[in-house]
Design a protein around this ligand. Structure first.
Ligand code: FMN
Length: 204
Protein backbone atom coordinates (compact mmCIF):
# COMPACT_ATOMS: atom_id res chain seq x y z
CA UNK A 1 0.00 0.00 0.00
CA UNK A 2 1.18 3.51 -0.80
CA UNK A 3 -0.81 6.32 0.92
CA UNK A 4 -3.70 3.86 1.36
CA UNK A 5 -3.71 3.09 -2.36
CA UNK A 6 -2.61 -0.25 -3.80
CA UNK A 7 0.97 -0.39 -5.01
CA UNK A 8 1.17 -0.36 -8.81
CA UNK A 9 3.75 -2.59 -10.48
CA UNK A 10 4.14 -3.17 -14.21
CA UNK A 11 4.65 -6.73 -15.38
CA UNK A 12 5.59 -7.55 -18.96
CA UNK A 13 5.56 -10.99 -20.52
CA UNK A 14 7.54 -11.33 -23.76
CA UNK A 15 8.23 -14.16 -26.18
CA UNK A 16 10.99 -16.04 -24.40
CA UNK A 17 10.52 -19.49 -22.91
CA UNK A 18 9.38 -19.50 -19.28
CA UNK A 19 5.70 -18.49 -19.16
CA UNK A 20 5.42 -20.41 -15.88
CA UNK A 21 7.75 -17.88 -14.21
CA UNK A 22 5.43 -15.08 -15.37
CA UNK A 23 2.16 -16.54 -14.13
CA UNK A 24 3.64 -17.47 -10.76
CA UNK A 25 5.04 -13.95 -10.34
CA UNK A 26 1.71 -12.42 -11.38
CA UNK A 27 -0.24 -14.59 -8.92
CA UNK A 28 2.08 -13.70 -6.05
CA UNK A 29 1.86 -9.95 -6.75
CA UNK A 30 -1.94 -10.11 -6.93
CA UNK A 31 -2.07 -12.12 -3.70
CA UNK A 32 -0.20 -9.24 -2.02
CA UNK A 33 -2.89 -6.75 -3.09
CA UNK A 34 -0.75 -5.20 -5.83
CA UNK A 35 -2.38 -3.42 -8.77
CA UNK A 36 -0.55 -5.17 -11.62
CA UNK A 37 -0.33 -3.31 -14.93
CA UNK A 38 0.21 -6.16 -17.35
CA UNK A 39 1.44 -5.92 -20.92
CA UNK A 40 2.08 -8.98 -23.05
CA UNK A 41 3.83 -8.94 -26.42
CA UNK A 42 2.42 -10.91 -29.35
CA UNK A 43 5.01 -13.67 -28.85
CA UNK A 44 4.45 -13.49 -25.10
CA UNK A 45 0.82 -14.38 -25.80
CA UNK A 46 1.95 -17.24 -27.99
CA UNK A 47 4.35 -18.59 -25.35
CA UNK A 48 1.65 -18.43 -22.66
CA UNK A 49 -0.54 -20.63 -24.84
CA UNK A 50 2.22 -22.91 -26.13
CA UNK A 51 3.74 -23.62 -22.71
CA UNK A 52 0.69 -23.47 -20.42
CA UNK A 53 -2.20 -24.38 -22.71
CA UNK A 54 -5.38 -22.76 -24.02
CA UNK A 55 -6.63 -21.97 -20.50
CA UNK A 56 -3.74 -19.53 -19.98
CA UNK A 57 -4.64 -17.02 -22.69
CA UNK A 58 -4.83 -13.37 -21.61
CA UNK A 59 -8.63 -13.41 -21.78
CA UNK A 60 -8.78 -16.35 -19.33
CA UNK A 61 -5.78 -15.43 -17.19
CA UNK A 62 -7.56 -14.61 -13.91
CA UNK A 63 -9.62 -17.83 -13.85
CA UNK A 64 -6.42 -19.71 -14.79
CA UNK A 65 -4.50 -18.13 -11.90
CA UNK A 66 -7.36 -18.80 -9.48
CA UNK A 67 -7.59 -22.46 -10.42
CA UNK A 68 -3.80 -22.96 -10.26
CA UNK A 69 -2.85 -20.82 -7.27
CA UNK A 70 -6.11 -20.25 -5.36
CA UNK A 71 -8.46 -17.32 -4.84
CA UNK A 72 -5.87 -15.23 -2.96
CA UNK A 73 -5.22 -13.65 -6.39
CA UNK A 74 -8.48 -11.74 -5.98
CA UNK A 75 -6.74 -9.51 -3.38
CA UNK A 76 -5.07 -7.54 -6.18
CA UNK A 77 -6.18 -5.69 -9.29
CA UNK A 78 -5.21 -6.40 -12.87
CA UNK A 79 -5.11 -3.91 -15.76
CA UNK A 80 -4.15 -5.33 -19.14
CA UNK A 81 -2.60 -2.92 -21.65
CA UNK A 82 -2.06 -3.44 -25.36
CA UNK A 83 1.61 -3.57 -26.34
CA UNK A 84 0.68 -1.21 -29.21
CA UNK A 85 -0.76 1.45 -26.90
CA UNK A 86 2.05 3.92 -26.37
CA UNK A 87 -0.47 6.20 -24.67
CA UNK A 88 -1.16 3.75 -21.83
CA UNK A 89 -0.57 4.90 -18.24
CA UNK A 90 2.74 3.06 -17.85
CA UNK A 91 4.17 4.86 -20.91
CA UNK A 92 4.50 8.03 -18.83
CA UNK A 93 6.87 8.91 -16.02
CA UNK A 94 4.08 10.90 -14.39
CA UNK A 95 2.16 7.68 -13.71
CA UNK A 96 2.82 6.34 -10.21
CA UNK A 97 3.92 2.86 -11.18
CA UNK A 98 6.66 2.03 -8.70
CA UNK A 99 8.57 -0.77 -10.45
CA UNK A 100 8.55 -3.08 -13.45
CA UNK A 101 9.52 -6.68 -14.09
CA UNK A 102 9.89 -8.28 -17.53
CA UNK A 103 9.33 -12.02 -17.09
CA UNK A 104 10.59 -13.63 -19.24
CA UNK A 105 12.45 -11.15 -21.42
CA UNK A 106 13.29 -12.07 -25.02
CA UNK A 107 16.58 -11.07 -26.59
CA UNK A 108 14.64 -8.81 -28.95
CA UNK A 109 13.00 -6.84 -26.15
CA UNK A 110 16.31 -6.78 -24.26
CA UNK A 111 17.94 -5.20 -27.32
CA UNK A 112 15.16 -2.64 -27.62
CA UNK A 113 15.56 -1.60 -23.98
CA UNK A 114 19.36 -1.56 -24.17
CA UNK A 115 19.18 0.90 -27.06
CA UNK A 116 16.25 2.97 -25.82
CA UNK A 117 14.08 2.19 -28.85
CA UNK A 118 10.62 2.36 -27.19
CA UNK A 119 9.06 0.60 -30.20
CA UNK A 120 6.16 -0.74 -28.15
CA UNK A 121 4.68 -0.39 -24.66
CA UNK A 122 6.99 -2.97 -23.05
CA UNK A 123 10.07 -1.13 -24.29
CA UNK A 124 8.64 2.30 -23.52
CA UNK A 125 7.55 1.38 -19.98
CA UNK A 126 11.01 -0.09 -19.33
CA UNK A 127 12.59 3.09 -20.69
CA UNK A 128 10.41 5.10 -18.28
CA UNK A 129 11.63 3.02 -15.33
CA UNK A 130 15.25 3.67 -16.31
CA UNK A 131 14.86 7.41 -16.88
CA UNK A 132 12.87 7.83 -13.66
CA UNK A 133 15.43 5.73 -11.75
CA UNK A 134 12.80 3.22 -10.63
CA UNK A 135 13.45 -0.52 -10.22
CA UNK A 136 13.46 -2.48 -13.49
CA UNK A 137 13.95 -6.24 -13.24
CA UNK A 138 14.79 -7.99 -16.49
CA UNK A 139 14.56 -11.79 -16.57
CA UNK A 140 16.27 -12.75 -19.85
CA UNK A 141 16.19 -16.29 -21.23
CA UNK A 142 18.29 -17.57 -24.08
CA UNK A 143 21.10 -20.07 -24.44
CA UNK A 144 23.75 -19.83 -25.65
CA UNK A 145 24.05 -16.05 -25.87
CA UNK A 146 25.70 -14.03 -28.62
CA UNK A 147 28.10 -11.19 -27.88
CA UNK A 148 25.47 -8.53 -28.82
CA UNK A 149 23.03 -10.17 -26.37
CA UNK A 150 25.63 -10.18 -23.59
CA UNK A 151 26.49 -6.56 -24.33
CA UNK A 152 22.80 -5.61 -24.26
CA UNK A 153 22.55 -7.03 -20.75
CA UNK A 154 25.55 -4.94 -19.70
CA UNK A 155 23.99 -1.80 -21.23
CA UNK A 156 20.76 -2.38 -19.30
CA UNK A 157 22.66 -3.08 -16.07
CA UNK A 158 24.71 0.09 -16.54
CA UNK A 159 21.48 2.04 -17.03
CA UNK A 160 20.22 0.77 -13.66
CA UNK A 161 18.24 -2.38 -14.46
CA UNK A 162 18.66 -5.56 -12.45
CA UNK A 163 19.53 -8.47 -14.75
CA UNK A 164 18.09 -11.65 -13.29
CA UNK A 165 18.59 -14.46 -15.80
CA UNK A 166 16.02 -17.26 -15.67
CA UNK A 167 18.42 -19.65 -13.94
CA UNK A 168 16.63 -21.59 -11.22
CA UNK A 169 18.90 -23.30 -8.69
CA UNK A 170 18.98 -26.97 -7.84
CA UNK A 171 20.33 -26.83 -4.28
CA UNK A 172 16.74 -26.53 -3.01
CA UNK A 173 16.12 -29.99 -4.53
CA UNK A 174 13.18 -29.02 -6.77
CA UNK A 175 10.78 -31.87 -7.49
CA UNK A 176 8.53 -30.24 -10.06
CA UNK A 177 8.45 -27.55 -12.73
CA UNK A 178 6.41 -25.47 -10.29
CA UNK A 179 9.26 -25.70 -7.76
CA UNK A 180 11.63 -24.28 -10.39
CA UNK A 181 9.18 -21.50 -11.25
CA UNK A 182 8.68 -20.72 -7.56
CA UNK A 183 12.41 -20.18 -7.17
CA UNK A 184 12.50 -17.57 -9.94
CA UNK A 185 9.26 -15.92 -8.82
CA UNK A 186 10.68 -15.72 -5.29
CA UNK A 187 13.83 -14.03 -6.54
CA UNK A 188 11.72 -11.50 -8.45
CA UNK A 189 9.51 -10.82 -5.41
CA UNK A 190 12.58 -10.29 -3.24
CA UNK A 191 13.98 -7.83 -5.77
CA UNK A 192 10.66 -5.96 -5.67
CA UNK A 193 10.91 -5.76 -1.87
CA UNK A 194 8.38 -8.44 -0.87
CA UNK A 195 8.83 -11.21 1.67
CA UNK A 196 7.79 -14.68 0.57
CA UNK A 197 8.06 -18.38 1.32
CA UNK A 198 8.37 -19.60 -2.25
CA UNK A 199 11.53 -21.48 -1.39
CA UNK A 200 13.07 -22.30 1.97
CA UNK A 201 15.70 -19.87 3.21
CA UNK A 202 19.17 -21.36 2.96
CA UNK A 203 20.26 -22.58 6.40
CA UNK A 204 23.92 -23.10 5.56
C1 FMN B 1 8.36 -21.37 -29.01
C2 FMN B 1 9.26 -20.17 -29.02
C3 FMN B 1 10.22 -20.05 -28.05
C4 FMN B 1 11.08 -18.92 -28.04
N1 FMN B 1 11.99 -18.83 -27.03
C5 FMN B 1 12.79 -17.73 -26.98
C6 FMN B 1 13.69 -17.56 -25.87
O1 FMN B 1 13.78 -18.36 -24.96
N2 FMN B 1 14.44 -16.43 -25.85
C7 FMN B 1 14.35 -15.47 -26.84
O2 FMN B 1 15.06 -14.46 -26.74
N3 FMN B 1 13.50 -15.61 -27.89
C8 FMN B 1 12.72 -16.71 -27.99
N4 FMN B 1 11.83 -16.86 -29.03
C9 FMN B 1 11.85 -15.87 -30.12
C10 FMN B 1 11.04 -14.62 -29.75
O3 FMN B 1 9.72 -14.97 -29.42
C11 FMN B 1 11.07 -13.64 -30.94
O4 FMN B 1 12.37 -13.10 -31.09
C12 FMN B 1 10.07 -12.53 -30.80
O5 FMN B 1 10.21 -11.67 -31.93
C13 FMN B 1 10.24 -11.74 -29.52
O6 FMN B 1 9.36 -10.64 -29.55
P1 FMN B 1 8.92 -9.91 -28.21
O7 FMN B 1 10.16 -9.53 -27.49
O8 FMN B 1 8.16 -8.72 -28.71
O9 FMN B 1 8.06 -10.86 -27.45
C14 FMN B 1 10.96 -17.95 -29.06
C15 FMN B 1 9.97 -18.07 -30.02
C16 FMN B 1 9.13 -19.16 -30.01
C17 FMN B 1 8.07 -19.27 -31.06
Amino acid sequence: MADGKPLKIALAITGASGALYAVRTLAELLARGVHVELVVSDYGRRLLRDELGDEATIEKLLPYLTSKYGDTVSAGALSVHSNRDLGATIASGSHNCSAMAIVPCSMKTLAGIAHGLSRNLVERAADVMLKERRPLIIVPRETPMSLPQLKNMVLCAEAGAMIMPAMPAFYQLPQTLDDLADFMAGKILSALGFEHELYPAWKG
